[in-house]
Ligand binder design. Structure first.
Ligand code: NAD
Length: 400
């Protein structure tokens, strides 16, 4: 049996997944990109050649994987019809267009994958797919499996590094699908080793979407508006107060998880971890001093050299708040978590404080007096936006 995989997107991740998946026996890859003329450009760039994925292996060697997707198209009928697996590998702001394009054509037995999904993926998918949503299965990956960059558009992409392990959550639909975990593992290869999380809300809560806003707030929350000489270190430059803020936000995450488990038995969110524990697990090889969260972040080697996003002004630099640390992590992150917290009846004052500061910096209004009634809520993925107002609605997908 041939497994038909539709890869949605045309960027770094889409190039990488298309090339790796198309190289597997018994796999047919269709690329769907709805963005401008990207499908035509990719088709033309590839011509009669093969797509090359250069993989930097952990032992320092390089492997070249060559293959060809069957088709690269902007036509959802061609790409989606009969697809067993549909993988969205684009930034979250572009998901909506793909859900709308697939809705009339996706088969009930499809496995719809967010690679990565970011918070609210399931709410948006359920809302746009309507009646089909109960049948399909939805899988959410916590992040992209690789650090990857296109070297030559349409032809060559380089995998700079591959995660060792990666978690994904699964909401099984009523229709039978290909086996989710083993199929995704086969498409990717030996690494990362995928594991199933216990619950989709675990993935949502543990996206820890407060991290970037908290670090920005810690550095610029009381800033006097005057340019500084150079971009400060992002993670390694945090202070103790920021580490405390991170811990407080993480504690609120656990409170929400505990409240959901108490109110809705059978929903296992026991793996929602304290952020410090999460850092120790994920970065144990990179952390030089793990005595507390502050040291774990500031001595994490993998953060070396990463600085705050800034723009030049008057001979110095000022923060640039218009990047995805706020423009994605608030509407596709913190606001979604806030929506879940409201449904669970749990106050999250520390998270609220960050949201109030951040939404002003990006010129948006989501949270007003503790409620998600701001004029820009309809551009977020909070559950209430789609009519999932109660915990039961959030968990089952039945609007109420
Ligand atoms: P990317 O920046 O390469 O994606 C660009 C693609 O997004 C474009 O080629 C186009 O297909 C689509 N796109 C851009 N603007 C659009 C628009 N206005 N309308 C519709 N589509 C549009 O993204 P990526 O590097 O493949 O990453 C995918 C996701 O994974 C992102 O959320 C990213 O933050 C995350 N991620 C990436 C990496 C990495 O190394 N590339 C690592 C970790 C996480």
């Amino acid at each position: 049996m041939t497994i038909k995989v539709c890869v949605c997107g045309g960027g770094n991740g889409a190039h990488t997944l298309s090339g790796l998946a198309a190289s597997r026996d018994g796999v047919e890859v269709r690329v769907l990109t709805l963005f401008a003329d990207e499908a035509e450009r990719w088709t033309k760039a590839l011509g009669g050649d093969e797509l090359t994925v250069i993989v930097n292996e952990k032992d320092g060697t390089k492997t070249e994987v060559k293959s060809r997707p069957k088709v690269i198209t902007k036509d959802p009928v061609v790409a989606i019809s009969g697809a067993d697996v549909v993988v969205l590998t684009v930034p979250a702001f572009a998901h909506e267009g793909y859900f709308q394009a697939m809705a009339p054509h996706v088969q009930d037995s499809a496995l719809i994958v967010g690679l990565p999904s970011q918070a609210g993926f399931e709410f948006q998918c359920r809302d746009i797919l309507g009646d089909k949503a109960a049948a399909v299965s939805m899988m959410s990956f916590e992040t992209l499996p690789w650090a990857c960059r296109i070297k030559e558009f349409g032809k060559k992409v380089e995998v700079l590094g591959t995660k060792s392990v990666l978690a994904a959550s699964l909401i099984k639909g009523t229709a039978e699908t290909v086996d989710p975990l083993s199929t995704l593992q086969m498409l990717h290869g030996a690494e990362p080793v995928f594991r199933l999380a216990k619950h989709f809300l675990e993935m949502l809560i543990m996206s820890y979407s407060f991290v970037h806003p908290a670090i920005l707030y810690g550095r610029w929350g009381t800033w006097d508006g005057k340019p500084v000489a150079e971009a400060p270190l992002f993670y390694q430059g945090i202070d103790q107060a920021t580490a405390d803020m991170l811990t407080a936000c993480s504690d609120e995450c656990k409170e929400v998880a505990n409240a959901i488990m108490a109110a809705c038995p059978g929903n296992d969110l026991s793996d929602v971890k304290d952020i410090y524990q999460w850092y120790l697990e994920y970065y144990h090889e990179d952390i030089q001093d793990d005595k507390d969260l502050y040291h774990a972040i500031t001595t994490n080697k993998s953060y070396k050299g990463l600085v705050h996003p800034v723009k030049a002004e008057d001979g110095g630099v000022v923060p640039d708040f218009g990047n995805r640390y706020l423009t994605e992590d608030i509407p596709m992150g913190m606001i979604v978590f806030k929506g879940v917290a409201i449904a669970a009846g749990v106050p999250i004052p520390k998270n609220d404080k960050l949201i109030m500061w951040a939404q002003e910096k990006i010129g948006k209004e989501y949270l007003v007096d503790g409620a998600l009634t701001g004029k820009d809520v309809a551009t977020t993925r909070c559950p209430q936006r789609y009519g999932f107002n109660t915990l039961n609605a959030i968990l089952t997908g039945k609007k109420e």
